[in-house]
Ligand binder design. Structure first.
Ligand code: HEC
Length: 133
C-alpha cells in the first residue's frame, strides 16, 4: 500500500513537472532602444536604491512597476517627479532625452507584469496563474 502511494506521488510529480515546463509563459515584447537607454540611466542613477521593480529594491520610494498604467498617476505624473524631484526624492537634473528614455523603460516594465498578485489570479492550490494577464 505504502509503495503504491509512493509510486503515485512520483508519477504525479513527473506529470506536474512536465506540464509546468512545457507550458509557455507569456512572451514579453522586446524593449525598444529608448527603453534600453532608460535602463542604463536607471542603473547609473541607482534608482533601485530607493524604488522597487516587481517588489524588489529599496523602500524609501514607491514601487514603480505599474506607475505608467496607474490611472491615478501615469507617465505625466512620473515625468513631473523626474523633472523637479520632491522634498524626498532628489532632482537628478536629467536631460529631456534621459527622461523620455526612463519613461520608455518604465513603460516597458509596466507591460511585463504586475507588482501585486491580484487575488483572483491565485489558484486554490496557492500558485500564481500567469495565463491571460
Ligand atoms: C534617494 C532615494 C531616491 C532615488 C535615488 C530615486 N527616487 Fe524616485 N522617489 C523617491 C521618493 C521618496 C519618492 C516619493 C516622492 C514623494 O512622495 O515626495 C519618489 C518618487 C518617484 C516617482 C513617483 C512615484 C509615485 O508613485 O509617486 C517616480 C516616477 C520616481 N521616483 C522615479 C525615479 C527614478 C526614475 C529614479 C532614478 C533616476 C529615482 N526615482 C531615484 C526616492 C528616490
Amino acid at each position: 500500500m505504502v509503495k503504491r502511494i509512493f509510486i503515485l506521488l512520483i508519477l504525479a510529480y513527473f506529470c506536474y513537472s512536465f506540464l509546468v515546463y512545457t507550458k509557455s509563459a507569456k512572451e514579453t515584447e522586446q524593449p525598444t532602444d529608448q527603453a534600453i537607454a532608460g535602463l542604463s540611466i536607471w542603473q547609473s542613477r541607482n534608482c533601485q536604491a530607493c524604488h522597487q521593480l516587481y517588489g524588489l529594491g529599496g523602500y524609501m520610494g514607491p514601487d514603480l512597476t505599474n506607475i505608467i498604467s496607474d490611472s491615478t498617476k501615469g507617465a505625466l505624473f512620473a515625468k513631473s517627479l523626474l523633472i523637479a524631484g520632491s522634498p524626498r526624492m532628489p532632482n537628478f537634473n536629467l536631460s529631456e532625452t534621459d527622461i523620455t528614455n526612463l519613461l520608455a523603460f518604465l513603460s516597458w516594465v509596466d507591460k511585463s507584469g504586475k507588482t501585486a498578485v491580484p487575488a483572483e489570479k491565485v489558484t486554490w492550490y496557492g500558485n500564481y496563474n500567469i495565463d491571460n494577464q
